[in-house]
Design a protein around this ligand. Structure first.
Ligand code: MN
Ligand code: MN
Length: 315
């Protein structure tokens, strides 16, 4: 597939050109495609600050600064995988249910075509239809979920089932997540009630808090995260897992989080895991400063691509 190599600025410097993700071809022709990067510019599920609808575009822009070779994982993912930028799902700003239906059907079509999806949100409500589409393809999923919040509330707004605080409750209820293969990493901060972290734990979900991280250190966190992972795994990365100092541009910032480097290390530590899909959500450019958050998100997306490439290569 003829495309400029994003890593080589002699032909196309990072500030020039059209900003598809890592300068990959913007196309919906999925013949021979391994990974389709797909934007989901929807923030109708947010409970506090909106703006994540602008996330995909800004992450694409920041991705022009991501050079092609991953030193930590020793892989150049674009040499191993055919990656395209699929563009954005057709979102319906005033309707979360119609948007969810569109996400499920559009991403379902990507998966049915034999490509994996790397989704750029959007708020975290987009993960439920993404999980539905992936579960139809792969069965009940194991999940690695980086987040300050468990997003397992029953209802965030009266009796409405869908928002960015409820997707993983719904997914467990629907049986599309296997709780025994589900790990939440980065929980912290005040909650509404004492039981907010308990619902998932009572169902066998492994929850690693930031206090746990401080207590046992990253290597032990990595071991604990990997331990229950087997079979098809979906990775969902809420950028608010990072501390607001490293990711100010997000909808519900929570102090006391990971540094950028810690988060990069935790994602890289999923090397070898059977990752069948991933999303990166909650980047809200209107609250960002100097593109700190978008740049982190672009690099995390690159790490996810690198993991898929390492596995494809048989590393
Ligand atoms: Mn969160
Ligand atoms: Mn979240």
């Amino acid at each position: 597939m003829p495309a400029p190599d994003p890593a080589h600025g002699a032909e196309l410097p990072p500030f020039a050109g059209i900003t598809s993700f890592m300068r990959r071809p913007a196309t919906r022709d999925l013949a021979g495609v391994d990974v389709a990067v797909v934007g989901i510019p929807f923030d109708g599920g947010t409970s506090y600050r909106s703006g994540a609808r602008f996330g995909p575009r800004r992450i694409r822009e920041a991705s022009a600064m991501v050079w092609g070779y991953n030193n930590a994982l020793a892989v150049k993912p674009l040499d191993v995988l055919e990656v395209v930028d699929y563009g954005d799902v057709n979102v319906i700003p005033p309707s979360i249910t119609e948007t969810m239906a569109n996400i499920e059907s559009e991403v379902g079509a990507i998966l049915a075509a034999g490509a994996a999806a790397l989704a750029l949100g959007g708020d975290h409500s987009v993960s439920l239809p993404l999980l539905r589409a992936h579960a139809r393809e792969h069965g009940p999923l194991g999940v690695v979920h980086f987040d300050a919040h468990p997003d397992t509330w029953d209802h965030e707004f009266d009796d409405r089932p869908y928002s960015h605080g409820t997707p993983f409750r719904r997914a467990i209820e629907e049986g599309i997540i296997d709780p025994s293969r589900y790990v939440q990493v980065g929980l912290r901060g005040p909650t509404l009630e004492a039981g907010d972290w308990q619902w998932a734990r009572e169902r066998g979900v492994r929850a690693i808090t930031m206090d746990d991280v401080a207590e046992i250190g990253l290597p032990a966190v990595i071991r604990a995260t990997r331990e229950p992972l087997r079979g098809p795994i979906y990775v969902t990365l809420d950028v608010d897992a990072a501390d607001p100092a490293f990711a100010p541009g997000t909808g519900t910032p929570e102090v006391g989080g990971f540094t950028s480097h810690e988060l990069l290390r935790l994602v890289r530590a999923l090397r070898g895991v059977e990752i069948v899909g991933a999303d990166l959500v909650e980047v809200s450019p209107p609250y960002d400063h100097g593109d700190i958050t978008a740049l982190l998100a672009a690099n995390l997306a690159f790490e996810l691509l690198s993991l898929m490439a390492v596995r494809r290569r048989g590393g």
